[in-house]
Each structure stands twice: as structure tokens, then as C-alpha cells.
Design a protein around this ligand. Structure first.
Ligand SMILES: Cc1ncc(COP(=O)(O)O)c(C=O)c1O
Length: 442
């Protein structure tokens, strides 16, 4: 079979059998989907042998690059022992070692790890734990409400959609969602100081709803999926103080920001905040396997302790929870962070990015450039969504050899943390040229 006929056959089969996530399949089947067959470092390779720079870390997960030898080896080592055994009623070696390691690197005060397998579920777990926490410590508690922010994204399961602030999802799934007190996005208050009107408004609502609020759920520092919307400096810390003052839990979703994306291991570290519950996923395995976790303070864990007959058990758990393969590769990824001094190296990339992003300022159709560590959003001017400008730019970038995925009119750059500067330079050039080709030309 020639290379090309192999691609054609796979494209046909894909259209026949696969339903892609967050994808209008009517458009998809009229297109010629790119089929990735292999990867190496920051590059992906398709079935025709063409290489592409992975500009969004395969949906924000790849940390050290693809086919990193140490990660590959950790998987084969673990495979020689066991691929899977359950955490329901049994323990396994890598999940224990990883939990210990996670607690060592997590914000001080988080002491227990509850595993799951994707970001949405890690948040869902946090919501259920937080709700039950109050039921356990204040029997008959009236605490049924969460506070969150518009434009937050916490995943696509019903609980995480409820606390999320995506208008579209709320319109579609309204009858299935629970009520949440949503405040405006902190992004719109970014030019105010930390005691800004948003914090004041939140405080008023906390006072009015005394003993009715379970917790505040938020993405720290940046609302990623909303298009990399930056928070005002000190906002997370100000919310932490509010929660402390009003005896409300703080649930931080580090699914996108965790594992070095913002330049520190966790975004919370920038403002020296320890949440009561913290959800992590995405980069946890270096981008190799699905794994997530909800890390909690000892007081949360302790509230669930009791006699068997009291039913204080946390009734939640999935079949692949704490999968040994996923935990083994996550453990190796954390070792690599240390061994390769990745967080130190990434600082250079962050500075380089900041300097080089200036080129986009010269483009007349670029409205704003936002950066938080290795997370970048280049917002195009307000085109109608149906004009698909973001999509067109990313399609054009693909012709130059970069894989990008837009968020509406925002072009996202989130390459693997270990990317070399010359590769980063290539990514920026391809992206810039794609914007010029699609928008600036006329
Ligand atoms: C902040 C945040 N939380 C949760 C999620 C959901 O993660 P997953 O897609 O792994 O369920 C995402 C995904 O982009 C995210 O960015």
C-alpha cells in the first residue's frame, strides 16, 4: 500500500466510524483529516510522513516532548510488572510512590491524593468532596451553593459544566445543571488593584449567604479555555483571604496551569496560596496517559472518617483509578522535572516568548496578546465566530508545519515546556505568517 493510499483508507474509516469530540461532524466528513502516526520531541508526524510542530502540546499535555526516552522506559519497566490493578480494595506500587511525590511538590498543607483520570473528573471529585465535607462537619448543613466565575472552564461533565462559566454550555444543558453563583470574569477587573470591586461584591454575597456557600471554584491566574484571560495580580490571594474570613472552601483547578505551564510547578505558588482542594490532570503524566488527581487538606480527609455504618465514605471511584502504568510515567515525569531542571530552563523560554511575541503587536488585526508563562493567547480583532478566522489561521499555520487549535478568535500557543528556542522561533514565525496570510493581506 502506498503512503497516500494508506492515508486515504484511514481517512475513510475515520469518517465511517469515529465521532470526534467538540467537532461538527458534518464539516469534518467534508474535510481531509490529518492523521498522526508518530511523534518525536516537539514534532508530530502524519501518515504521509509530513512533520508538524506541536504548538499546543497535544491539547496542553505534552511536557518533555514526544517519545522521551526516560518516559518510554518507565512504561516498559512497569509493563514488565503489571499494566493495571484496582485501587478499590487494593493498593499498587506506583500510585503510592506518586502520591508521596505529589504531596512533596504541591502547595504546603495539601496532604492527601484522590486519583481519577481526566480534568473534568478531578473537578467533579472536588465538588462532591467539598459538598460532603460540610455535611459531615455540620450535620444538616444548608451549604449547597458554589461560587464561580463566568468564562471559567472546568470540564464537560455536568458538575464541572455547572461551576464552569461557558455561556454556550449553560444554554445547551440548562435543565441538567445545578445553580451556581457566577461572578463576572476577573479579567474585566485586571486594571484594578487586588481589593477591586469584584472582591468587594463577592464579599457582600458571602455575607448575605452566610453558611450557605460550599466553596469558591476557580482557575488560578488565567482562564485558559476562555482564551487565556489573565486575572489581576493578587486576585487568587485575595479570594483565599475572603474564603478564610467567611469560612468557605477554596477549590483551585490547576488542570491547565499545573506541572510547570505558568513557570512554577503550580500556579498557586505565584501568590503563595494553598487551596483546600486542588484538581490536577493534563501535564501530570508528561502527556503520556490519562491521569488526574484531587489533592486535599487533611481537614477534608478527616471529615470523611467514621464508623462504616455512618456512610461517611467518599462514594466515588472509577475502574482505572490509580492505574499503575499512568502513575509510573507520571512519577518519571516528575523525576525528569528535577533531573533536567526543567522549571529553571523554562524561565528562559518564557522570557524569549515575551520578547518575541512583540512581533504580533505590529499586526493591525491583532487585538491583544496575553501570556502567562508558557501559555499564550493571541486575540484577533472581533470577527464573527461564523467567519471562523481563528480556525482559518490555524489551518494556514498547518500548511507551514505547525499544529495549532484556536479558542474562537484567540490563537493559542502552548508548546511543550522542553521546546528549544529555535523551535519556539519557528512556531512564532509560522503563526505570524499564517495571520498575515489569512487576515492582514486585504
Ligand atoms: C482548567 C481546566 N479544567 C478542567 C479541564 C477539563 O479537563 P479534561 O478535558 O481532561 O476533562 C480543562 C480542559 O481543558 C481545563 O482547562
Amino acid at each position: 500500500m502506498t503512503k497516500n493510499s494508506k492515508t486515504l483508507r484511514l481517512q475513510e474509516l475515520d469518517k465511517l466510524y469515529v465521532w470526534h469530540p467538540f467537532t461538527q461532524m458534518k464539516d469534518w466528513v467534508e474535510d481531509h483529516p490529518l492523521i498522526i502516526e508518530s511523534g518525536d520531541g516537539v514534532f508530530l508526524q502524519d501518515t504521509d510522513g509530513k512533520k508538524y510542530l506541536d504548538g499546543v502540546s497535544s491539547l496542553w499535555v505534552t511536557v518533555h516532548g514526544h517519545r522521551k526516552k526516560a518516559l518510554d522506559r518507565s512504561l516498559t519497566r512497569q509493563l514488565k510488572k503489571i499494566a493495571h490493578s484496582t485501587l478499590l480494595g487494593l493498593a499498587n506500587v506506583p500510585s503510592i510512590e506518586l502520591a508521596k511525590e505529589l504531596i512533596q511538590i504541591a502547595p504546603k498543607g495539601l496532604t492527601k491524593v484522590f486519583y481519577s483520570d481526566n480534568g473534568s473528573t478531578a473537578v467533579e471529585v472536588a465538588l462532591k468532596m467539598a459538598y460532603q465535607y460540610w455535611q459531615h462537619i455540620e450535620p444538616g448543613s444548608q451549604r449547597t451553593k458554589f461560587i464561580s466565575f463566568r468564562e471559567d472552564y472546568h470540564g464537560d461533565t455536568l458538575g464541572s459544566v455547572s461551576v464552569g462559566g461557558m455561556d454556550l454550555f449553560h444554554r445547551i444543558f440548562k435543565p441538567l445543571l445545578f445553580d451556581v453563583i457566577h461572578f463576572p470574569s476577573p479579567y474585566f477587573f485586571r486594571n484594578k488593584d487586588a481589593t477591586n470591586p469584584l472582591i468587594q461584591k463577592m464579599e457582600e454575597v458571602m455575607v448575605q449567604n452566610k453558611n450557605r456557600i460550599i466553596g469558591v471554584v476557580m482557575e488560578p491566574l488565567i482562564q485558559a479555555a476562555a482564551g487565556m484571560l489573565l486575572h489581576p495580580n493578587g486576585f487568587l490571594k485575595a479570594v483565599r483571604k475572603l474564603c478564610d474570613r467567611h469560612n468557605i472552601l477554596l477549590i483551585v483547578d490547576e488542570v491547565a496551569t499545573g506541572f510547570g505551564r505558568t513557570g512554577k510547578m503550580f500556579a498557586c505558588e505565584h501568590e503563595k496560596v494553598t487551596p483546600d482542594l486542588m484538581a490536577v490532570a493534563k501535564g501530570m503524566t508528561g502527556g503520556y496517559l490519562p491521569l488526574a488527581a484531587t489533592l486535599v487538606k487533611e481537614k477534608i480527609y478527616n471529615a470523611f472518617l467514621g464508623e462504616y455504618s455512618q456512610f461517611k465514605t467518599f462514594f466515588h471511584g472509577h475502574t482505572y483509578t490509580g492505574n499503575p502504568l499512568a502513575c509510573a510515567v507520571a512519577l518519571e515525569s516528575l523525576r525528569l522535572f528535577k533531573k533536567e531542571k526543567l522549571l529553571k530552563k523554562v524561565q528562559k523560554n518564557i522570557v524569549f516568548l515575551k520578547k518575541e511575541l512583540v512581533r504580533f503587536n505590529r499586526l493591525s488585526h491583532v487585538k491583544e496578546i496575553r501570556q502567562c508563562g508558557m501559555m499564550v493567547g493571541i486575540e484577533l480583532e472581533k470577527f464573527l465566530l461564523r467567519e471562523k478566522m481563528g480556525i482559518k489561521v490555524c489551518q494556514q499555520a498547518r500548511k507551514y508545519g505547525a499544529i495549532l487549535r484556536p479558542l474562537g478568535n484567540v490563537i493559542v500557543l502552548m508548546p511543550p515546556l522542553a521546546i528549544q528556542q529555535k523551535e519556539l522561533q519557528m512556531l512564532l514565525e509560522m503563526t505570524c505568517q499564517a495571520i498575515v496570510d489569512v487576515i492582514e493581506r486585504d
